[in-house]
Design a protein around this ligand. Structure first.
Ligand code: OFO
Length: 172
């Protein structure tokens, strides 16, 4: 059975992953409201992935006879100055989530919780990808400038994204 501190931290992480989904949905609404529907679609796909991340913690807790607790969600921001401002916030947010995953790993180590440690390894790799992707989009937006034709082209490119299939296979 999962220890109380690990359980509390994992329940907190469910909330943070769901808040990530909320943040990306707020960004989607901001982009869609400006007819940047490719970026809006990218954000919606990202939100779907975040809900899947939350559900990985949900499954892990239940698989180990813990109790899942849903805490009220908070949302910090719903307006941005520009596309790059939104993507920079996304990158900052992913850096924060990476620090949370590292914290969870240290709690797992402290409690010698090998199951939690193995479970978290997937997130370590996922966070490398999440940060790299957001960082690349920020770089592209810096190159094309924050308005005009370049942004439209990038909007079309980002609109090609679909959410990573929700695996169904845990840990995939
Ligand atoms: Fe769940 O990875 Fe982003 O926040």
């Amino acid at each position: 059975m999962i220890k109380k501190q690990m359980l509390d931290e994992f329940n907190e992480q469910i909330k943070l992953e769901m808040e990530s989904a909320y943040l990306y949905l707020a960004m989607a609404a901001w982009f869609d409201g400006r007819s940047l529907n490719g970026m809006g679609a990218w954000m919606k796909a990202q939100a779907t992935e975040e809900m899947e991340h939350a559900m990985r913690f949900y499954d892990h807790i239940l698989d180990r006879d813990g109790k899942v607790v849903f805490e009220p969600l908070g949302i910090k921001k719903t307006e941005w100055d520009s596309p790059i401002n939104a993507f920079e916030d996304a990158l900052d947010h992913e850096r924060f989530i990476t620090s949370r995953i590292n914290h969870l790993l240290s709690v797992a180590q402290e409690h010698k919780d090998q199951a939690a440690h193995n479970f978290l390894e997937w997130f370590v790799n996922e966070q490398i990808e999440e940060e790299a992707t957001a960082s690349k989009i920020c770089d592209d937006l810096k190159l094309v400038g924050d308005s005009g034709y370049g942004v439209l082209m990038l909007d079309r490119e980002l609109g090609q994204r679909t959410a990573t299939p929700a695996s169904g296979e845990k840990g995939a």
